[in-house]
Design a protein around this ligand. Structure first.
Ligand code: NAD
Length: 421
């Protein structure tokens, strides 16, 4: 194994640990395994960010990591978070590679990050950070090379500024340089809802695998941002009973079922869930222990741990966030027969509709909502079925099966491309 201290971080060790276990199980060629443990290209930047007060110019770190350039352009979100580091971004880029391969979209994995707290920024500050970071990485992104998207702490508006900055630089509009942008700029209809909706398309499949009737399943969702909020909306539309949702301020709980639309409106007006009148307001971390059928961690990484895994009462965990379950928690939950739909499968709806958006931008021909959602459903359900078939035939859990599917596809591509020169 190559030494890669550059990426040292708990999340990178989780990603490599998961990969190594499965690579060994598959009998993967060691030369290919070593190559896939480290990202192909990593860009680290430090740049000045002027606060609104003018008095303070802060030096901020940013990262863009491209894990695999074998399959096509690289693809992955950009997160703005106060503690993001190179190792975290490298881990997320690796998971993007498997995710793209699992749903069969022609991209390798990438990820970006800016170490800043987006909650503490004004709109003008957010715009300045976005535009400057875009300039810093402008030579490594592009519609045929690497295509960013939103992630934790970034949104459609941030993607619009990124697209504008890139377009100003090259002298003409380039919508295909980024996905998850507003439809007015060439964004796809149904991209905003895609990750949350995509994961809820898997609820009936997961329920069937666990012999539970999907109608009326009680569901708790950790995180009420892009993923969590639209998972709650889609879950309700599909007949699940959403009893709890949370954000960084805490969690809402109503055992009789929440009014998700009302909670979403509340957040639009008040920014946080706190203060919403028609539910109990409980500590955010208590959401993991509620008596529910389905738990959807959809906020941040590392929330299901060795310490709280035994308190989880849900029979099904559908991972909306990336890496919400530590390796130790994963083993404990599986030991108790909790059915886990892993992140690299469950939240792949985002990159799937991002792929649709890129195709539409490149072709300059746009699809209807029905076409987009229908194709999303087809891809998600097929990916679940493929992974479930591997899980059954190889007698492994869903995470291992998903990794087998993703790694196999990538390894096949690497073998036929060969080594240059
Ligand atoms: P977001 O910024 O839109 O929302 C994040 C949510 O998590 C918010 O409700 C926020 O209040 C909450 N949160 C933030 N920090 C928290 C903390 N420390 N404790 C508890 N709650 C906290 O982000 P998002 O786009 O919804 O992404 C959420 C997760 O899903 C991330 O892991 C991301 O990588 C993953 N993901 C996102 C997409 C996408 O399309 N946006 C696709 C695939 C995976």
């Amino acid at each position: 194994m190559p030494t890669a201290h550059e990426f040292d971080s708990p999340m990178y060790h989780e990603a490599v640990g998961q990969f190594s276990e499965v690579a060994e199980l598959m009998g993967l060629d060691e030369n290919i395994a070593d190559r896939l443990k480290v990202p192909q290209k990593s860009t680290v930047v430090a740049f000045p960010f002027r606060h609104d007060t003018y008095a303070e110019v802060e030096t901020i770190f940013g990262y863009r990591v491209q894990h695999l350039t074998t399959m096509g352009p690289t693809k992955g979100g950009i997160r703005f978070a106060p503690d993001v580091d190179l190792g975290e971004v490298a881990a997320l880029a690796m998971w993007m590679t498997w995710k793209c391969a699992i749903v069969g979209v022609p991209f390798g994995g990438a990820k970006g990050g800016v170490r800043v707290d987006p909650m503490a920024l004004s709109r003008a500050e957010l715009q300045r950070v976005t535009r400057r970071f875009t300039m810093e990485i402008i030579n490594v992104i592009g519609p045929e090379t690497d295509i960013p998207a939103p992630d934790l702490g970034t949104n459609e508006q941030v993607m619009a500024w990124l697209m504008d900055t890139y377009s100003q630089h090259v002298g003409h509009a380039v919508p295909a340089v980024v996905t998850g942008k507003p439809p007015a700029l060439g964004g796809s209809v149904a991209r905003r809802e895609a990750t949350g909706r995509g994961l809820m398309f898997l609820l009936p499949q997961a329920a069937a695998a666990r012999d539970i009737k999907p109608e009326g399943v009680t569901t708790a969702i950790h995180g009420f941002g892009n993923v969590g909020r639209y998972a709650a909306v889609a879950g309700e539309q599909m007949g699940a009973k959403v009893v709890a949702v949370s954000d960084i301020s805490g969690a809402l709980y109503n055992p009789d079922g929440l009014n998700v639309d009302a909670a979403a409106k509340w957040v639009d007006e008040h920014r946080f869930l706190e203060g919403f009148p028609d539910a109990d307001f409980i500590d955010g971390d208590k959401i993991f222990e509620l008596p529910v059928d389905v738990l959807v961690p959809a906020a941040i990484q590392g929330v299901l741990t060795e310490d709280n895994a035994d308190s989880v009462q849900a029979k099904i965990v559908i991972e909306g966030a990336n890496n919400p379950t530590t390796l130790a928690a994963d083993k404990k939950l599986r030991g108790r027969e909790v059915f886990i739909v892993p992140d690299i499968l469950a939240n792949a709806g985002g990159v799937t509709v991002s792929y649709f958006e890129w195709v539409q931008d490149v072709q300059k021909y746009f699809w209807t909502e029905n076409e987009t959602v229908g194709r999303l459903r087809e891809i998600m359900v097929r990916a679940f079925d493929d992974v479930h078939t591997i899980a059954t035939s190889e007698n492994v859990d869903m995470r291992t099966a998903a990794l087998i599917k993703g790694i196999r596809r990538v390894a096949d591509a690497k073998l036929v491309r060969g080594v240059f020169p």
